[in-house]
Structures are given as C-alpha cells and as structure tokens.
Ligand binder design. Sequence first.
Ligand SMILES: [Zn+2]
Length: 440
Amino acid sequence: MVAFAFREIPEFRQERFVVRHRREHRFPGHRLYYLPSCGEAAYKYAYHVHGETDTAKHWELAVCAQSTGPAIRIASANLLLTGSRLTSYRYVRNGDSTVCGHVEEWPRVLLNGVLNFALEMQVKTVLVPTSRHARRHAGMLREPGPIVDYDDYVVSPYTAERKDAWWVVDVKQNRELIITGERRESTTQGKVISISHDIERGLGHRGIDSRFADHADAVSKEHLLEMLRIEKAAGVTATYNVVAKMLPEVRDEIEAGGHCLGFHSYDHEVRKPKARRQTWPASTHRLLGGVTKRFVWRGPRSQLARCREIDSRPKGYRPPRSVITRELNDRSLCYHDFKWLATSKRSLGRTTPVLDNRIVKIPIMLDDFSLYSRGVHYQEWEKRALDFIAAKDIAVVSLHDCYADYWISRYAEFLDKIRAFGRLRTLDEIADGVILGNAP
Ligand SMILES: [Zn+2]
C-alpha cells in the first residue's frame, strides 16, 4: 500500500480578485501536490540563472482536478526553495482539461497553490518572475505555449514589490488573501509490473560477438514489430529504451502503440568509470550520485547531452550493460531533464525503486541476457520471472530486441501470465508513483 499526500482546496470565489478584471471568478475545488522533483527544464535554469546546483532545493507544484479516479493534472509550476525564499517560475497549463476548461485565469489557482506551499514551508518571500524575465528565458525553460502574464496576476490582488527581474511577495503581508487547503492522503494497493525493452539491434555485441551482432542487426527490426503487435493485441503498454541514434527510425512505430520512450544511451558505447569496478555498491553510487560531486557533466562527448539532441521529451535513461559511468550522476541526469534511471538491481544495490537526489532509481529484477549468454532454457527463465513478480510489489522485467529469438514465440502467453498478478505500468508511471509517494 502506498500513501499519496495532497492538499484539498475547496471551491472558492475570488471576489477579492476583481480589482483589475471587474468580474468575479469561481474556481472549482482542486488538489495541490507538492512533488519532490525537478520540473521540466528546472535544473538547467536554476544552474545557469541562479547558480544553484543542489537538486534537493527543487520542487514541483501540481494542481489537479478533484476526481474519484486518477488525478488529472491541470497546471504546474517549478519551485526553487532556498532557505526562507521560494522562487516560482514556469507556470504551465497541462493539456486541455475540460474539468477546469472554463477557468480562464488558471494562473491565479496556481499562484494560490504556490503561496500555500510557501506557508507550509515557512517561507518569508515568494519570487514570481516579471513577464519580461519569463519571456527572456522562455527558450531555456521550453515554455510550451503563450507565456503567462505574470505582472497581471501578481499585482492584483497581492501586494508585491518589483525588484529587478522579479516580483517579491511577502507571505505574511498577503496571508489573508491565500485560500488554504487541508492535507489529505489517498492510497493505492496492488502489485505493479513493468515490461521494459532495450532496443539496440546488434550494438550491444559489436566487438564482442560479431556473428551474433550481424544476426541481431538482421532480425531485430522484425522482432520490434512483432513485440509491438503482440502488445497491441494484449492491450499492454511497455517502456522502450531505445539507443538514441536509432530513435528517429523507430519512434513512430513505438509511439503509435502508446508506449513510453526512454533512452538506452546515445550509441551504446560504455566508457568505463575510472573507478576499478564496473558496478559500484549503493553507498559509493550514492556518494557519486550528486552528494559529493560538485560538477555537472556537460561535455560534448556526454551520452546524455547527445540523447537530448535527438529528443527532449523522454524522461528515462537505461545505461548500457547497467554500467553507471561517471556522467550518470544525479546532477547530470537532472540537468538533462531525466526523472528516472533504470538499471540492474546489482548495479543499484537495491530491489525496490527509490527517489534519490530527485532521480527515481528503478531496479530491473531480471532480463533475458541469460537466455543468450548461459543458454538458460526459456521455461526455466520464465519460472524465475514469475517467481520474482510474485515476490515483489514492483517488478520490472527487461527484454531485448536482439534476444527476441529466445522468447518472442511465447511472449503473448507470458504477458497473459504476468497480467494475472497485477497492473502493467510503464517506467514513467512507476517514477511518477515514487515521486508522489514521497510528497510531504
Ligand atoms: Zn544494451
């Protein structure tokens, strides 16, 4: 059972907000989620504009419609909490939610949410960008639509002082204007299972087993189409971690199936870490994962940077051979806008997902490598997979395009068997669940 905390904001009329617009707004009740995560483009912006390198100072505020089913996100804002000061920016409306469709002035709902967060975190001042500042950084922040007219929303009805590029809102002075919410919790139960695919053709075997690499290059495209077809027939969505340089070739087919996309490096080359071991124990990994490391790896040879040149959207990264190289520290991952890292349970040193320095670390319980490398029989492998799934609340199984010869003929049957245990979720959904579960 996992508990998710949120704030319930009752329906409210903004009779006090009519000064400028000369009309009253009625806002439906909604929920606020205080998410311990870096919002979109947040780390890069904080790093370059504010000189901030600490991942733990990042939060994301999500405003969701009240609903009995899964929460529907209406809007979100990025937050940077530094001592008694809260910087809020990139106010974004998410999708065309019909639930809040009639609320033209959704940024007011969001700003009220930001002030709720500030109150609870005992913040003294909230910074809101001036419209000019927001426009200036729109490119770096990847603003998805028209930029919010911050000047309008802050000045009326709040008392705010303009200081350089920011509006400074004194929380105490504006306390009476904040519509506050009640903290509530909801829970979810049940097992979560995820199928993750590494799409790499022969790249994982070049220079190691050339015959197999040639074979994989020849058959993997067909394998990919076949696994997509089987998943479509079963109504299953999976996660496809694709080697970035192959992504333009396969993206359309994968996205057509509604699957989640992640990166499996840029070119599958593994530059070994300078440490003596390829896989590090959890303690070392944590140490290098942003706690002590003072730099963000942004070099031109960075696999992460080159992935982002291909596509800015995927939220996840799956390292080749589960080797945690030097560039895969948490700050670099945040800088390049990743939310999760999925790697073998051995390299992670744990068997359950965890939120670490704003990155969700997802252990892969089992993959299909042993079918190829040790000649394990399919039936034996399947039994191991089902045993793992039976034993864990969250179980991720990884299957490669290059090894599909060993399992594709049994795949439909395998999906049927694992679906009997619980819900199939993508790694994006698992990461979102872990972040939500860590909301205060
Ligand atoms: Zn691989």
